[in-house]
Ligand binder design. Structure first.
Ligand code: HEM
Length: 519
């Protein structure tokens, strides 16, 4: 009679053989075997999950594309693509639905962003897509200026009071990451919640912390196998999503109290803010208003999609300008040569008169893509061909879009790691800009792109007009906030973290600038 040890050992051998056979079959009995990629990625999605959980998906995909080319197998059923034409083709149609992970992110019920159902997405856009149109953004522009530009200027001007003098000029140390965060949240407060969160004025960052934690939870839940069952991992953050829900619910209730939905409101009419558009929206078939829980989910979406994204975009732009003084000088000179001291520069002014500023922002979004997380798309039931039939992707495969890898593709961008706004200053400017997919493209393109550009353009133009900026000199600038800070050779060396959005990992250390009133 075999001993218990022998039985266990035999059992383990059988399980081992079964596991290896399964892994080998999974790796090689599929057309994906023809696609190059890292060895371990052929058998499992483990290394992809590992890089996602560490917040390094963007670096990982940039690396594998540099090594293996424009189409890379990064998991047993996952393929990453950095070819811009192929990505535009995939993104152009609802045939390639968003991956199932989107529905696990934690929005209940599903909303415009998280739904993988094209019909719900289309319905929502019909109902309130107009809230995000260029015309609507112009209607809100005074609010954007008040809670963006003016409140930032107010808080930075106040810093001069406790700042220092250098060569007879006042100067102050400011953390631009927190400054840009405050304005992005306050703008969404006004437009999406009916009132500013007052972060720029009070410094209370409770809501920012809650959004950051909720994003981290969402990335892990959406992408880790069994992520939804790992509730215990998030014990310390459990209250954050509830806190955000309660804030959104209160905003919806207050808006309804002030002006109940009449449900025959013209969807094209202009409204004071995005929240009002949502509350007034009706189902195109039944004429019924959107129910409260769905409204709350859409309002929350504005916090998650519309804050960190714009403010990180501004922070990366500022980091780039501080590290490339000649580009900064050119930008500053263009702004000051076209606008008088004390002018207020509006979004259309930037578009019409400051092409270099538009180029700087576009180049910064290319090089430091804000939405740099995994954006998976499912293959249709019949599968799909890639690269003119070179590869066949069967149903069940996901194409993981890495916008940051696409933006660093050496076949599309000469010297791709260089910050070079001149790329967008030539006669092919428009065409080059269309290859920047920072807001994605096609049928699920960012709904808030006009709002985001309005924020970024107006904030950047107006602060360039009013302040001189420089990187702190860690040896001679004596500010206690700079203790323990490092100086990096390039912006790429600044530690980064991507949980859907890519941000500096240690903003409390790496996002300082010295400002003085414009010379
Ligand atoms: C610089 C700022 C921003 C960037 C770089 C950005 C980028 C993106 C990207 C890449 C997507 C596609 C995501 C995917 O396919 O999974 C997206 C979707 C979306 N964004 Fe933005 N975004 C920004 C700001 C905003 C703002 C301010 C709002 C609204 C307040 C917003 C609302 C949305 C919505 C609703 C979607 C989902 C669209 C759909 O699935 O049909 N975004 N954004």
């Amino acid at each position: 009679m075999p001993s218990i040890y022998a039985m266990v050992a035999n059992g383990l051998i059988v399980i081992g053989i079964w596991l290896i056979t399964k892994l080998v079959l999974r790796a090689y009995s599929t057309p994906l075997r023809h696609i190059p990629g890292p060895f371990f990625g052929t058998f499992s999605n483990f290394s992809l999950t590992y890089h996602l959980a560490r917040g390094q998906y963007h670096r990982y995909t940039q690396g594998v594309h540099t090594k293996y080319g424009e189409v890379v197998r990064i998991g047993y059923n996952k393929v990453s693509v950095s070819n811009v034409a192929e990505l535009k083709r995939i993104l152009s149609t609802h045939n390639f639905r968003k991956g199932k992970g989107y529905e696990k992110i934690g929005f209940k019920p599903r909303n415009t962003f998280s739904t993988i159902d094209p019909e719900l997405n289309k319905t929502r856009k019909k109902q309130f897509g107009n809230a995000y149109s260029l015309t609507s953004i112009r209607t809100y522009e005074d609010s954007i200026l008040e809670h963006g530009v003016f409140s930032l200027i107010k808080s930075w001007d106040a810093c001069f009071a406790k700042g220092k003098q250098r060569d007879g000029r006042p100067e102050a140390l400011v953390n631009f990451y927190y400054g840009f965060h405050a304005v992005a949240f306050d703008i969404i407060g006004v437009l999406g919640f009916g009132r500013s969160f007052g972060i720029a004025a009070t410094g209370n960052t409770r809501i920012i912390d809650a959004v950051n934690k909720t994003l981290a939870i969402g990335t892990i839940k959406g992408n880790l196998p069994f992520g939804n069952r790992l509730q215990w991992l998030f014990r310390g953050m459990a209250n954050e999503p509830e806190f955000l829900q309660a804030t959104a619910r209160a905003a919806v209730a207050e808006c309804k109290l002030q002006r109940p939905n009449s449900c025959n409101t013209n969807a094209k009419a202009q409204k004071p803010n995005i929240l009002q558009h949502l509350v007034d929206a009706c189902d195109p078939l039944t004429g019924e208003p959107i129910d409260d829980e769905a409204l709350v989910s859409e309002v929350l979406l504005m916090l998650i999609a519309g804050t960190d994204t714009s403010s990180n975009g501004l922070s990366w732009t500022m980091l780039c300008l501080l590290h490339y003084p000649e580009i900064y000088s050119k930008l500053r000179n263009q702004v000051r040569s076209r606008f008088d001291k004390g002018s207020i520069i509006r979004c259309d002014d930037v578009k019409n008169q400051l092409p270099y500023l538009v180029a700087v922002v576009t180049e910064s979004m290319r090089l430091h893509t804000t939405v740099a997380g995994i954006l998976p798309r499912q293959m249709p039931a019949a599968g799909a061909e890639l690269m003119n039939g070179k590869y066949h992707l069967p149903s069940g495969t996901e194409v993981c879009i890495s916008l940051s890898a696409c933006h660093r593709n050496g076949n599309i961008w000469a010297n791709p790691s260089k910050f070079d706004p001149e790329r967008f200053m030539g006669p092919d400017r428009e065409e080059r800009m269309r290859d920047v997919l920072a807001f994605s493209a096609g049928v699920r393109i960012c709904l808030g792109r006009h709002l985001a550009t309005a924020e970024m353009y107006t904030v950047l133009a107006n602060i360039m007009l009013r302040y001189d900026f420089r990187l702190p000199d860690l040896e001679t600038d004596c500010y206690e906030e700079l203790a323990g800070c490092k100086r990096y050779k390039s912006v790429d060396d600044v530690p980064q973290r991507t949980f859907l959005n890519c941000s500096p990992k240690y903003p409390q250390k790496d996002c300082w600038a010295i400002i003085s009133p414009a010379s």
